[in-house]
Design a binder for this molecule. Structure first.
Ligand code: FAD
Length: 382
């Protein structure tokens, strides 16, 4: 079924992205995999194409308000090219929306020009060694000291934690015995602030080029001018932005599933077993027919959700349903496709192995499938 989402401007943008990926990324992608990092210059090159300024204020070099569909095109094309731009999706679609929504005029002047040129990269640090799903359990604390706040704590699994110069840190600034969600505040911690340390880049099962790091904060003096939004309101900000984050994960899942299907169709036509192409066996046809149908259903759900997101109407429940379904489609797809590759599917030199490994996390980060089911079941009055 044809997607009705895109107009000519999106298709023109698609061609720009496609040719950039073919020219600048695909030929060197094995080097990135070896280094387990996206070179910083790649972000600066993307900035020259205007991609880092999408949706950023025009007065700081950005495009001004832009449709999220440009992001959809960007992530469709990276999936199609079988590459990843590492933490860029998190930077563009998860972290920058917080800056756009809550930064003061002075903060915009300070940070937005660097964001648009790719000189300032961002990350968001919610998760801690002791708490992930239960965000109200955050222990990182900030205590007021004159014109500053003193920040102490540790964060883990932070996407872009190695690259980032600006990290939004969620910290507890007060406690309310009647409401655990009350009293969390967003702080922008800048690289170089004394007491702020980036720990090791974590070795992961998948997402090889995405830097994921531990961060620690020991008596970091953060000026009050680096508080993002209102003191104590972070939980409601997180709730509002998580819907967009979950939609982005659903998109990554469904586009990766499509790439796996495409790669598998090519493979089963080439591979011969028992003297016949693998594609000629009924099991192969039925498996791939089921996969294609699953993807179509996921894509239809995503397309519906993205239209609601475009008009600011995507509810947390619908975002949860979309992420839950699309990531489960992705998991089923990767498993079925890898099986058709036989032993070659288990070898990292075949893209299906990477797609399989990368897929595992999408049912965990941005809200686990179980957490999403609690949100959905609550909407059913359960
Ligand atoms: C690669 C990667 C990148 C990440 N990037 C970031 C980032 O940039 N910033 C950031 O802040 N975090 C990031 N995270 C953290 C991620 O969001 C958390 O891992 C996730 O929210 C789950 O938290 P947890 O790991 O502490 O698991 P836990 O919360 O300890 O969950 C363990 C298990 O308990 C289940 N569970 C939890 N609560 C319930 C419940 N109420 N009912 C039933 N079951 C439940 C979970 O579903 C899971 O199966 C990243 C994680 C990974 C792996």
């Amino acid at each position: 079924m044809r997607s009705t989402l895109f107009g000519q401007d999106h298709e023109d943008f698609r061609m720009v992205v496609r040719s950039f990926l073919e020219r600048e990324v695909v030929p060197v992608y094995d080097d990135w995999l070896e280094a387990q990092l996206v070179p910083r210059d790649t972000f600066r090159a993307l900035a020259k194409l205007g991609i880092l300024g999408l949706n950023m204020d025009e007065e700081y070099g950005g495009s001004g308000p832009a449709s999220y569909l440009y992001s959809v095109v960007l992530w469709e094309e990276t999936a199609r090219a079988l590459v990843s731009l590492g933490p860029l999706r998190c930077h563009l679609d998860v972290v920058l929306p917080y800056f756009r929504a809550y930064a003061t005029a002075e903060q915009r002047r300070r940070w937005f020009p660097g964001v648009v040129t790719g000189d300032l990269f961002t990350a968001i640090a919610m998760t801690e060694p002791g708490t992930g799903s239960d965000l109200a359990g955050i222990r990182t604390s900030a205590v007021r000291d004159g014109a500053d706040w003193i920040l102490n704590g540790a964060k883990t699994f932070i996407t872009g934690g190695v690259h980032a110069e600006l990290v939004i840190v969620v910290a507890r600034t007060s406690t309310n015995p009647d409401d655990r969600r009350d009293g969390l505040t967003l702080f922008v911690v800048e690289e170089g602030m004394p007491g702020f340390t980036k720990g090791r880049k974590l070795a992961k099962l998948g997402l090889a080029v995405q830097d994921t790091a531990e961060l620690s904060f020991s008596d970091v003096r953060v000026p009050a001018t680096n508080v993002l939004g209102e003191e104590g309101k972070a939980f409601s900000y997180l709730g509002r932005n998580l819907a967009g984050e979950r939609l982005g994960i659903a998109l990554g899942a469904i586009t990766a599933a499509q790439s796996a299907l495409d790669a598998t169709i090519v493979y089963v036509k080439e591979r011969e077993v028992f003297g016949k192409p693998l594609s000629s066996f009924q099991n192969t046809k039925f498996e791939l027919a089921a996969v294609a149908t699953d993807i179509e259903a996921g894509r239809a759900l995503f397309d519906k959700a993205v239209l609601e997101h475009e008009v600011g109407d995507l509810s947390p429940v619908d975002a949860a349903k979309t992420k839950l379904f699309c990531t489960e489609v992705q998991a089923r797809t990767m498993d079925r496709c890898l099986q058709l590759f036989g032993g070659y599917g288990y070898m990292m030199e075949y893209p299906i192995a990477r797609l399989y490994a990368d897929a595992r996390v999408t049912r965990i980060y941005g809200g686990t499938s179980e957490v999403l089911k609690t949100i959905i079941s609550r909407s059913l009055g359960l």
